[in-house]
Design a protein around this ligand. Structure first.
Ligand code: F6P
Length: 366
């Protein structure tokens, strides 16, 4: 099959590196005489048939730019469309046929989708309906199976690590317990790696349920040893032994309806009342998703994007570009969405953290 024209979109939560992938795909395509259109705001643009024609000027100077020049959406799901004027939150519509129609109407030979598990799940559904799709894995959470690392993660990790470094000095000055809350959804990768890199004392991750008593004992022990401050890194999705998580809100229309957050404030109250040590919460939030990508993410995104277009030319539809052992390879999209990639409580990263004296706030691990 000869490829003459392709579409590209960025969907789900944004992260640093999206533009670098778009640039690499488009430069590779335009160099080979293939036309590219960029759908606006993820799958929303495919449903509404809103796009921009990409030229070499469009993708010039965007390598280092955060966000996405195409826009994105984590609620535009063509299979359960809720955005007016074509749908409503009360009555979602299946507009996948409209998206397929627009794809054909634009005479596209392929679509490259850049997104996390929600986007990949929608991409697989369209592949099953006959749309030729190649995917690229994105998310700061690093929770996708079938790839060693998603782009965006390294940038978020660096933001979190810098925050821990900065919090250290103020924690020390005021002799406080400082709690830094990271994103990551149901996976503890950002929290664990930044806590290791930044020298956190306690790290709480969703994969290892915590116990308030263990946290309190650990903090009091540090104090009795003359250590007058402590740093806790808490993943937004961390849960206690009763399975309780801090949830800020639910977004019914989203492919991922639960919004996590607030654990840092809960812990801070608990710590002050039980230890009488002053404590403060610092929620990093969307800071972790903004700004320029790190050198590693620019490099990884460029490799992902260049490969994704090569995969289109080779007709590797239904596949995702994947980073394995420092090389870019390809895996079935279906394999990438079969399960979340989580921290292994018995793995070597957890062991290393314990070996340098960190606590997971758990009596079981340690
Ligand atoms: O998946 C990326 C992520 O930033 C998660 O870490 C976080 O839980 C969620 O998205 C936040 O979503 P929103 O941008 O809708 O608040």
């Amino acid at each position: 099959m000869s490829i003459k024209k392709i579409g590209i979109l960025t969907a789900g939560g944004d992260c640093p590196g999206l533009n670098a992938v778009v640039r690499a795909v488009c430069k590779n395509a335009l160099r080979q005489g293939v036309e590219v259109i960029g759908f606006k705001n993820g799958f929303d643009g495919v449903v509404r048939n809103e796009f921009i024609k990409i030229t070499s000027e469009t993708v010039s100077g965007i390598l280092t730019l955060g966000g996405t020049i195409l826009g994105t959406s984590n609620i535009a799901n063509p299979f359960k469309y809720t955005l007016p004027p074509f749908g409503s939150a009360e009555k979602p519509s299946d507009l996948s046929a409209v998206a397929l129609h627009n794809f054909k109407e634009n005479q596209l030979d392929a679509l490259i989708t850049i997104g996390g598990d929600g986007t990949l799940t929608m991409s697989q559904k369209f592949v099953d309906l006959g749309m030729p799709i190649v995917a690229v894995p994105k998310t700061i959470d690093n929770d996708l199976s079938a790839t060693d690392q998603t782009f965006g993660f390294d940038s978020a990790l660096n933001v979190a690590t810098e925050a821990i470094d900065r919090i250290h000095t103020t924690a020390q000055s005021h002799h406080r317990v400082m709690i830094i809350e990271t994103m990551g959804r149901y996976a503890g990768w950002i929290a664990l790696r930044s806590a290791i890199a930044g020298g956190g004392d306690i790290v709480l991750i969703p994969e290892i349920p915590y116990n308030d008593d263990v946290i309190v004992d650990y903090l009091l022990k540090r104090r009795s040893q003359g250590k007058n401050f402590s740093i806790i890194v808490a993943a937004e999705g961390a849960k206690n032994e009763k399975g309780e998580q801090a949830i800020t809100r639910t977004v019914a229309a989203s492919t991922d309806p639960i919004r996590l957050g607030g654990i840092a404030y809960k812990l801070s109250d608990m710590i002050e009342s039980r230890t009488h040590i002053e404590s403060r919460a610092c929620v990093l939030g969307h800071m972790q998703r903004g700004g320029t990508p790190t050198a590693f993410d620019r490099w990884l995104s460029t490799l992902y994007g260049a490969k994704a277009f090569d995969m289109v030319m080779e007709g590797k539809f239904g596949y995702m570009a994947s980073f394995r052992n420092f090389a870019i390879t390809e895996v079935k999209i279906a394999d990438a969405i079969s399960k979340l990639k989580l921290v292994d409580p018995n793995g070597e990263e957890v062991r290393a953290a314990l070996e340098v004296g960190m606590s997971f706030g758990s009596a079981q691990i340690g």
